[in-house]
Design a protein around this ligand. Structure first.
Ligand code: R5P
Length: 232
């Protein structure tokens, strides 16, 4: 289970996060993902802004990344103001050798997909445990509360095992930053992620699923502070 709030230092996540921050150039508009790995990137970008006078603007994908970015001193803008981004950096829950990824462990995948698709380059930061021959983790699906029953039934019809995500410190379901529910749906081994993604997208009430097919490269951090880069 990932330490979502970065209560413990992770050398692997830190190595990946810091390397990704070094890819950001002066003048860049940067998509800032959500989660414990990219949090290292956001903090490092703040340091570069303060200490190296790096001139960048960030677009956040969640209240979490907004709070981290504000505290770190990363200047922020919106997609309305800056619709085209130079680079987006984000974590993932699992990725395969084709760089298909599953995201949304923090329920932020809808905004993450919009932001990453708005960027010329999408870099995923990861630790070694996220790499898998084949995608197997549950697919997070953001759902309009009004459509929950239909979406649940339709996911079962697709062979999935849907579970409404419960909040950790509140009674009832997780509510996303967009005011919706999240259903985590297990499909066993996902052999054709594109096909599954297309089928899920067709279900009325689905806001967005966590299958990402737009990753350009993955940076994997190691415990000794080195990194491995995987590109197609
Ligand atoms: O909704 C959250 C995101 O997709 C995260 O980027 C993903 O869950 C990975 O998070 P972490 O870096 O904490 O493992």
């Amino acid at each position: 289970m990932t330490d979502r709030n970065q209560t413990k230092e992770s050398p692997e996540k830190k190595a990946a996060g810091l390397y990704a921050a070094s890819l950001v150039k002066d003048g860049d508009a940067v998509g800032l993902g959500t989660g414990s790995t990219v949090a290292y990137t956001i903090k490092e970008l703040g340091r570069r802004v303060r200490e190296e006078n790096l001139n960048i603007v960030g677009v956040v994908t969640s209240y979490q990344s907004e709070m981290i970015a504000i505290e770190a001193g990363v200047p922020l803008t919106s997609l309305a103001e800056t619709p085209k981004l130079d680079i987006a950096i984000d974590g993932a829950d699992q990725f395969d050798s084709n760089l298909f990824a599953i995201k949304g462990g923090g329920a932020a995948h809808t905004r993450e997909k919009i932001v990453s698709m708005s960027a010329d380059r999408f870099v995923v930061v990861s630790d070694p445990g996220k790499k898998s021959e084949i995608l197997t983790v549950a697919v997070p699906i953001e759902v309009m509360p009004f459509g929950r029953e239909l979406v649940t039934k339709s996911l079962k019809d697709l062979g999935g095992e849907p579970v409404l995500r419960a909040a950790a410190k509140k009674d009832g379901p997780v509510i996303t930053d967009n005011g919706n529910f999240v259903i985590d749906c297990t499909f066993g081994e996902i052999k054709t992620p594109q096909e599954l993604a297309a089928k899920i997208s067709q279900i009325p009430g689905v806001v967005e699923h966590g299958i990402f097919m737009n990753v350009d490269e993955v940076v994997i951090g190691k415990t000794d502070g080195t990194i491995e880069i995987i590109k197609l």
